[in-house]
Design a protein. Structure first.
Length: 148
């Protein structure tokens, strides 16, 4: 995607810690097989801001890295969380991690679902490209996946 080494180092760190806030979410909610209630989903959504709170006092974590935990559930059309940011309000790190997080969720087996194949996952992301997810990021992911 043409980013410099500093940015790729930053996104590498952000990707490793983007879900750190889930340590504050009860396991019975994280591993629930049935549909979440509104209250449970609200608790799940709090992992974004909880993660940023946990990391904000760590000297080595800068604001760019904090965009990972904070923005990986934001959507281009403003329907994401925690802030409902739109398009250019979302950092590149947020846009990249959003697509990566969804791809990972789809292609990983969970207690409540089987893993999807990569073609179906990309197709799912493409349905909302440039509406919810960055086409540029999906293109880069698909290009990468075609090489492995």
């Amino acid at each position: 995607m043409g980013y410099d080494d500093n940015f790729t180092d930053t996104i590498e760190i952000a990707s490793l810690i983007h879900d750190i806030g889930k340590i504050g979410i009860p396991d019975e909610i994280l591993n629930k097989k049935d549909k979440l209630t509104e209250e449970e989903f609200s608790i799940i959504k709090s992992h974004t801001t909880l993660g940023a709170e946990i990391l904000s006092d760590v000297d080595l974590i800068n604001s760019q890295i904090l965009n990972g935990p904070l923005e990986h559930h934001e959507k281009l059309d403003g329907t994401g969380y925690p802030y409902g940011k739109k398009d250019d309000q979302i950092s590149d790190i947020g846009k990249i991690l959003s697509v990566a997080d969804i791809y990972d969720a789809l292609t990983t087996e969970r207690p409540y679902k089987k893993a999807w194949n990569k073609e179906d996952a990309i197709s799912f992301l493409r349905k909302d490209q440039d509406i919810k997810h960055s086409k540029k990021v999906i293109d880069a992911l698909e290009s990468f996946l075609s090489k492995i």
